[in-house]
Design a protein around this ligand. Sequence first.
Ligand code: NAP
Length: 511
Amino acid sequence: MTVLRSYLGGEWVSGQGPGAPLLDPTTGATLAHASSVGLDLRAALEHARRVGGPTLRAMSFAERGAMLAKAAKAVHAQREELVALALANGGNTRGDAKFDLDGATGTMMHYAKLGGTMGDLGFAVEDEVAQLAPNPRYVGRHVRVPLVGVAVHINAFNFPAWGLMEKAAVAWLAGVPVLSKPATSTALVAQRIGELLAEVLPDGVFSLLIGGAGDLLDHVQLGDAVAFTGSSAVGAAIRAQVGARARVNVEADSLNAAVLGPDVADDSDAYELFVRETAREMTLKAGQKCTATRRIFVPADRIDDVGADLAECLDEVKAGAPDHAGVRLGPLATPQQHADVRAGIAQLATACSFVRGTGGRGALLGVDGDGGCFVEATLLRAPALDTPVVHALEVFGPVATLIPYDGSAAQAVRGVALGQGSLVASVYTNDRDFAREVVLGLAPYSGRVTLGDDRVAEHSPGPGTVMPAMVHGGPGRAGGGEELGGERGLAFYQQRTAIQGSKALLEKILA
Ligand code: NAP
């Protein structure tokens, strides 16, 4: 049986004991084990700070960009092997796996190109010179320099490739070495990516911890930055554990919303987009996406028809073994996920009725027997806007709930806001006044708002696709964090410092 190794201090090392099993959620077979017991994580962080940090800080943005391009190409070259691992260890369909992997290398390439445009400095000089005294010689400017520690990245199980590479791309371009800890249950993909990266990156720039976090966060110190993606509960525990020693960014749960405007006719392109994207959000990666739509706000007088159209679209999505031809909905990633999602559906059903599916296995292709972590695409309907459970419970699977509203922008905003802060909301309308009121009303509760109308119906990548040029994160229960957003994302790994002095000296030292 394969025991996965970690890459720490520039070496591949094994934890002690049998470790945790990594499963194939289609068959239940054990694929590998992972253990971090006994690994010296303090020394691993120290190696990254001592060796990787100086290497990166000596490089310009352009040189770091070139390093990112090399890393992205090394991973992309093994795409087929990685797709196969994602099918086995994550229950991903081929489409799911490509979404993760191509998102990972695409995001890293985006930052590689950005580095190429940022020039020959390794730190950022912000804004214009500010005159700070009556004499024009005394001025000030802000700079952003790389942190002198390690970027500690703790990722969720659902995006083992994207999670690792999108975070690493931003930290490396900022000039900070990375120690990445993928979720244990789906670590096969991350571990193979780690092997590919270790071959092309300078010593100390990248470390990989496979298995539990152990005492990792006890050794975090000033100059480090911790970026976490996962559940709210673990995010809160990590914030408390790290305290004021280092920066912490949290990307957590989210009850993302779709709003169908009252003006959208059922024969319009915008309506077709709404139905197609909402069904896709429910089924891509078996709904195990932090950005997946969970709450669907529909004018009350149309909710029966919309439910029927969504159900018809979901019926077309074939479910079953992820390697079976035509299957687009595979199993959930782990038995724990399976149990949690079924329990979550049961909890939603205490207040809501079923429109399509009931949280069972559904009809499956290519699956013998009754094993595997399968849950059918399940659409529910809330009796009223104020149905507390739908605004409080994130069911992390192929599950969403239709919620009636009165068709006014004000009520749509109030309903979405009941989710207490989300990563993304999508609004489907051709009515500019409605769009304006809803967008401005939703923005304080949302990290991102996407607009779907007749004109973009053919171009929209869907609300669940995180674009590297745009900010990813959200307020409130979504964690209050912010990642990506082009150059904006680098700020988390940089210290902004105001520099004051003589204009001539500043011009010399900041060039
Ligand atoms: P999770 O249970 O919170 O685990 C996330 C990560 O934290 C894993 O790597 C886990 O390691 C690690 N971890 C657990 N306890 C820890 C501790 N005490 N100290 C340090 N690390 C610890 O979340 P999950 O089940 O993997 O992911 C599902 C959740 O993630 C959902 O709620 C989803 O909404 C959220 N999510 C959010 C985003 C976003 O961008 N906002 C993206 C994806 C997922 P082990 O695996 O070794 O336990």
